[in-house]
Design a protein around this ligand. Structure first.
Ligand code: FES
Length: 183
């Protein structure tokens, strides 16, 4: 017959066990006894839970702060029919910050952002040039820079005629200085 093990003995050898030990136990009971939860385990569990919650909360805040909907106007827009623009005209579309320029060869679109420090240049009809109010940059009608600090010409946006016969401008698609849409 197996010897009985004293509860006091079990408690003394299990040290920091947190589960209550009830006796008497048969020899070998220690090996079969389910794993107990130590204070160390509890501490790490709480610590990891805490940081998990902090991580989830931070993620929620960041998602809340970064809008998932863009309220910027689309970079692609329709700009009326080619015949809306008289020959030789420079028409500013204020809401899109784009000039539509009509010449004999066709139509092109210049983006109204100075290539120096992004101010908005203005068109001077009498002089037939664009001037930037910030640092005196100047551009020819075709967008080429010729005075002041701007390092390069005004950006020219892609234009095409859409199915309904209206001009379709894409500000994201920058084209070369020689791009003119024949109309
Ligand atoms: S921002 Fe236009 S010249 Fe400086």
């Amino acid at each position: 017959m197996a010897d009985k093990i004293d509860v006091k003995y079990l408690k003394s050898i299990r040290g920091n066990a947190t589960t209550e030990i009830k006796g008497p136990y048969e020899p070998g009971a220690l090996l079969d006894h389910p794993k107990t939860i130590t204070r160390r385990c509890l501490f790490w569990g709480a610590w990891l839970s805490f940081w998990g919650l902090v991580g989830m909360w931070s993620f929620s805040v960041v998602r809340y702060l970064i809008p998932r909907v863009s309220y910027e106007p689309s970079s692609i827009f329709k700009a009326g029919k080619p015949e809306d623009y008289p020959l030789g005209s420079v028409t500013f579309i204020e809401t899109r910050k784009v000039w539509i320029i009509r010449e004999e060869k066709g139509v092109y679109a210049l983006i109204a952002v100075c290539t120096h420090l992004s101010c908005q240049p203005r068109w001077f009809e009498e002089e037939q040039i664009f001037k930037c109010p910030c640092h005196g940059g100047q551009f020819y009608k075709n967008g080429v820079n010729f005075a002041g600090p701007p390092p390069k010409p005004l950006a020219r946006a892609y234009v095409e005629v859409s199915d309904d016969g209206r001009l379709l401008v894409d500000k994201e698609r920058i084209v070369g200085l020689d791009f003119i849409l024949p109309v």
